[in-house]
Design a protein around this ligand. Structure first.
Ligand code: PEP
Ligand code: MN
Length: 333
């Protein structure tokens, strides 16, 4: 349920209304937007007398939210959420470019790629340390050592970093990581989501391989229900019957999510297509349809990459993509 307040509501009125609602065992989420203040009520709202609430002097209207996702709902929070990363941000009018190798392989590999993607305009450095591989016999990542190399590259370049977390028991290793990624395969690992909800860390939540948009938003809700509202959604393609591309990039999810949620939405054309030459056209399309950013895999030696070489761009190809994406942004926003 949400209560939209009248524009001239004073702080004192807001405080007394909040206290009254909390006394009814409800959690209250206040969103002060450009034009309106919206109070979101969470908890057992069935017992709330909506007519009484609407009759109060400072209340303009009361609406029940029928969708099962509440905190992630745009009705609850009309303005875009902007996730602050210190030197940069994700969401709102900012356009984030996250780039780097699928897996961190060595210090030389990561430093070289990090410097090059930064020079091309990347705003966040990516690199996998814990890799969720389909086969247990494939390279599983450098784990803790990979995180240390990523933090070294962060220090050297000044770029915030994103890397995947697969287990809540690893949280201590991620203290200095700026964004914790939840991979597609873990989108419904609810115990992991609940633990991440207890932190204040920005979370990059990737859409599950066969997740509906509603399931995707319910996973975001798991994180937000714990109090962590710093969630970034990532469309990375879904399973379908066609095997020509690795996945099917559901670009319509971008404007649909924009309507449904205030959370930023970025697109990963690398995992969506699995083919390096398809990354540029889909990155341009993602920028054109309103994405708040991109995540792109870049490798300095794709042929010899330990993971996802076929979909990795060289730093030179990445440079061209960034230049073209910026042109699309210029003419579309
Ligand atoms: C990744 O970004 O490294 C990754 C494994 O992606 P996804 O979870 O989307 O497959
Ligand atoms: Mn990958």
């Amino acid at each position: 349920m949400i209560a939209v307040l009248k524009p001239n509501t004073t702080e004192k009125q807001l405080e007394s209304l909040t206290a009254w609602l909390k006394a009814q065992n409800l959690d209250v989420h206040i969103s002060k937007g450009h034009f309106q203040t919206v109070i979101g009520l969470i908890g057992d709202v069935a017992k709330v007398d909506a007519d009484l609430l609407e009759s109060l002097e400072m209340v303009e209207s009361v609406k029940r939210i029928s969708e099962p996702f509440k905190s992630a709902n745009r009705k609850f929070h009309p303005d875009d959420t902007v996730v602050d990363l210190g030197s940069t941000s994700v969401g709102g009018s900012a356009f984030a470019i996250m780039a780097g190798p699928c897996s961190i392989e060595s210090e030389e590999q990561l430093t070289d790629i990090a410097e090059k993607v930064k020079a091309s305009g990347a705003t966040v450095l990516r690199g996998g340390a814990f890799k969720p591989r389909t086969s247990p016999y494939d390279f599983q990542g450098l784990k803790n050592e990979g995180i240390e190399l990523l933090l070294k590259a962060k220090k050297a370049t000044g770029l915030p970093v994103v890397t995947e977390i697969m287990s809540p028991s690893h949280l201590d290793m991620f203290n200095d990581v700026d964004i914790l990624q939840v991979g597609a395969r873990n989108m419904q690992n609810f115990e992991l989501l609940k633990e991440l909800g207890k932190t204040k860390k920005p979370i990059l939540l990737k859409r599950g391989l066969s997740a509906t948009i509603k399931e995707f938003l319910m996973s975001a809700e798991y994180i937000m229900a714990g109090g962590n509202t710093n969630v970034i959604l990532c469309e990375r393609g879904i399973r379908s019957y066609d095997t020509y591309t690795r996945n099917v990039l559901d670009l319509s999810a971008v404007p649909v999510l924009y309507e449904l949620t205030h959370l930023p939405v970025i697109v990963d054309p690398s995992h969506a297509t699995g083919v390096a030459r398809l990354v540029r056209p889909m990155a341009l399309a993602a920028a054109a349809c309103g994405a708040h950013g991109l995540m792109i895999e870049v490798h300095n030696d794709p042929i010899n990459a330990l993971c996802d070489g076929a979909q990795s761009l060289t730093p030179e190809q990445f440079d061209r993509v960034v230049k073209d994406v910026k042109k699309v942004i210029e003419v579309t926003r």
